[in-house]
Design a protein around this ligand. Sequence first.
Ligand code: GTP
Ligand code: SPV
Ligand code: MN
Length: 600
Amino acid sequence: MYKVSHKELKAWVEEVKAMCKPDSVHWCDGSQEEYQQMLQVMVDAGLGTPLNSKKRPGCYLFRSHPSDVARVENRTFIASKKMEDAPSPDVWVEPEELKATMRKSYDGCMKGRTMYVIPFSMGPIGSPISKIGVEISDSPYVAFNMKIMTRIGAAVIDALGSDGEYVRCLHSVGSPLAEGEKDKAWPCAPSIDDKYISHFPEERMIWSYGSGYGGNALLGKKCFALRIAAVQARDEGWLAEHMLILKLTDPNGKVHYVCGAFPSACGKTNLAMLEPTVPGWKVETIGDDIAWMKFGKDGRLYAINPEAGFFGVVPGTSMKSNPNAMKQIQTNTIFTNVGLTDDGDVWWEGSGMPAPSHLIDWKGKDWTPDSGELAAHANARFTTPAEQCPVIAPEWEDPAGVPISAILVGGRRKTTVPLVNESRDWNHGVFLGSIMGSEITTAAITDNVGQVRRDPFAMLPFFGYNKGDYLQHWLDIGKNADASKLPKIYFVNWFRKNADDKFIWPGFGENSRVLKWIIERLSGTGKAAETPIGNLPTADAIDLNGLNLSAKDMEELLKIDKDEWKAEIESIREDYKTYGTRLPKALADELDKMEKRLNL
Ligand code: GTP
Ligand code: SPV
Ligand code: MN
């Protein structure tokens, strides 16, 4: 064990220990041996499966409880002191009231378990953009996932020193064990109403209870790096965003860095590591989910990836859709909720690998191709070290970050929104970010065209404070900057569909064609036409060489339909009402200006 000189941290750990009453306390040192031991604890208890070491060396499979498979947005709370400082009234609870309720749940909740103390750094340790957190959790699964997703251990304690600032992250699966009781395969609170994912932004504190899955439990990710960090970013003049970061090298060897905000399951991981189909262009990865951006001395925005691993959606990942991810998850990867084949490998829908005649599905049951059930849960995930990504950029851990030239925003829209649209200026770009969204798709209703869930900057589930203030912060960032040095904002949509309900744009690696146009625009050579909604590529501006896409399809992808935009404006006005008095005036003005330009 290392020495901890931070008195306040030690006191907090003691306080939590007294409340949660674990059998033992383990301070994580972050070593590889410790990682292996934590995995082994679960394997020995029959709660995890090492995969075939010839096929997937260093890989393990875990199965969650069928009730604990994704983030629980309706149990996510922002407990700011004032209700109007929360993103919306329905996620707000008075902080002291919430703490009182949760203390009752936490009382004795770690009985029979080990309490892991996980010091972690979001971002390279010591970077001026990085921040430290300490997660206390009674889940070894959380501890070894945090080892992959963040930088943990002794080096963080060193960086924290005797009085460094850190975010307190408390997590329990909420399933104490009685004397001699055998553990459940995946302990968690039995009912959804017992789960809490709570944030106390003014205290920079997170309390999570009852779930062991993903963003509910790996508190460095959405809870800290987005919800709490967004509040820190507002107060300190920077941006904490739900964005991938990629590095693009053009045929002349010139390097460009691009961020992209797409909602969950809308293509961040895929874009971050795409294989460009346009000759001479190269894509490398900096990050696949979160970007923290600060102004450098030269007045440009610099981004770091605060994470150290990728927690990616497994189903649909194949050599065709994402060959780099496929290579990355061949070794040292934790799989959660995929199928286990008879030869100790994993399988999932959309893997491009033929379905085996038998496997054990994500629920632990026998499965055959005729079972009529999914072998892997739709939100099955891999946890894999970023450094294993075959196209990780050498500078991905540069403490200074990388200078951003363009920011993409966009959701899943089958109509209305063109393939790519360049903002006129910063405020117009923020406006485009504020109106992005996706069609609501449920298993039951697949074609409810027009029902759009607005998801500003892909942050709807991740706001840590009032959403109008959040957009005002984006406007302020622009107001206080040298406009010529700001990244340009582009509204993209890979998901427009034709009358047969098929995607018109091939997507994935072909998205490099859109990236190419964006870089051409930034360097002054790309062709565009001014339209009422923004600057769109002219019919021949996007390089379609070698792509089998008709001129008619391209026309469809870039179409601005007046009726659709009329409906769109009405729908945006409805959404803007939900901001009440906190809607920034500049955005209301942008909407009016666009309506005027459309001359509907
Ligand atoms: P989270 O990790 O949940 O935040 O999701 P993400 O934004 O990283 O999305 P991801 O890259 O995992 O992709 C989600 C789904 O979108 C997968 O089913 C992909 O196959 C699909 N997808 C990604 N890129 C494209 C694209 O360019 N076109 C189409 N049609 N589908 C895509
Ligand atoms: C998302 O839901 O946006 C994810 C998965 O990336 S989780 O980390 O669980 O939030
Ligand atoms: Mn992802």
